[in-house]
Design a binder for this molecule. Structure first.
Ligand code: ZN
Length: 317
């Protein structure tokens, strides 16, 4: 079975480090990720450069990444204006976050739920105006869905109503996002099933997890059990949410791929390739700590999962 690993380091990671990675290094990083076999990269965010100067070159990066055939170039958009720029740049996938906690939504996007839904409907309308073969995939991301640093746990009814409203406003898919690192395996299973029950299995394919409390990979296994097939991760665990104190670090791509391969899932990604692209990040951000057990400890002696995985694939073919 195939699992899609979506690399979000160039967006979620870089927006939360103090230094700005030079544009040339971002391009080299993307090249190396593609060489490693990564099929989807969230390359940036279309927000005003004043807010996140680290991502000011997102349009140029989207345009550059589109040069890699077969790569899905994803971008975050907070609103219609951001989406307009993302469409102009040619992003293949747009993700618009909606905090299920209204307090977090006001802090993060300065918008109420109604206002965010209005933006979503506006973006969907812009997408519909494009010729069918040029329409990007449009995901509404339910952020703080596993709990919020401002409001705590959010009632199920509120989560389900917002999921439905995102789909009705024109999203192709709703993702579940553990912005604050509150998710636990039991809650992942419960909420994925709950939201799938409301909007359908096909509309809930992706999880965005952080490793704030060390449960990131356990949450991935729970997500797979519940039918999830796409996971966001970031190289070296860069990332976090500036509006969610204590939430630092997406799950680490290298460790995620190692685990998935060990379980027999096909990712198409080479761990050696990932370790090579990680060195580009380390060189470009020398003051930034990088996390990850596989990079620190190395692969187990005799590790042949990559070969084993391709043989399994042959047997199944
Ligand atoms: Zn995140």
């Amino acid at each position: 079975m195939e699992i899609l690993v979506s690399e979000v380091g160039p967006r979620d990671g870089l927006q939360n480090v103090k230094a700005t990675m030079p544009t040339a290094a971002k391009k080299a990083w993307i090249d190396a990720l593609v060489a490693a076999g990564v099929k989807e990269i969230e390359v940036g965010s279309f927000v005003p450069p004043k807010l996140i100067p680290q991502l000011a070159d997102t349009a140029e990066i989207v345009d550059y990444a589109r040069g890699h055939a077969g790569l899905t170039v994803a971008a975050l958009v907070p609103n219609r204006r951001g989406a307009e720029n993302a469409l102009r740049a040619g992003a293949h996938k747009l993700t618009l976050p909606l905090s299920v906690s209204e307090a977090h939504s006001l802090a993060n996007l300065r918008k109420t739920h109604d206002q965010v839904i209005e933006e979503v409907a506006g973006v969907a309308a812009m997408i519909r105006e494009l010729p069918e073969d040029q329409r990007p995939h449009f995901e509404g991301s339910l952020s703080t869905v596993f709990g919020c640093t401002l409001e705590g746990m959010i009632p199920d009814a509120q989560i389900l109503s917002l999921a439905t409203r995102l789909m009705e406003a024109g999203c192709d898919e709703v993702g579940l996002s553990d912005t604050t690192g509150y998710a636990t395996p039991g809650e992942v299973k419960r909420l994925v099933k709950l939201v799938r029950g409301e909007v359908g299995d096909a509309a809930v394919q992706g999880l965005h997890l952080h490793n704030t409390r060390g449960l990131g990979l356990a949450n991935v296994v729970a997500g797979i059990d519940a039918g999830i097939t796409t996971f966001d991760a970031s190289q070296g665990g860069l990332g976090g949410c500036p509006f969610a104190p204590g939430a630092s670090g997406n799950i680490v791509t290298e460790d995620l791929v190692f685990m998935l391969q060990s379980m027999g899932f096909e990712t198409g990604i080479s761990i050696d390739g990932l370790l090579a692209s990680r060195r580009i990040v380390a060189d470009a951000l020398p003051d930034e700590p990088l996390y990850g057990f596989v990079a620190d400890a190395g692969l187990p002696k005799g590790w042949e999962a990559e070969r084993a995985a391709s043989e399994t694939q042959k047997e199944n073919a």
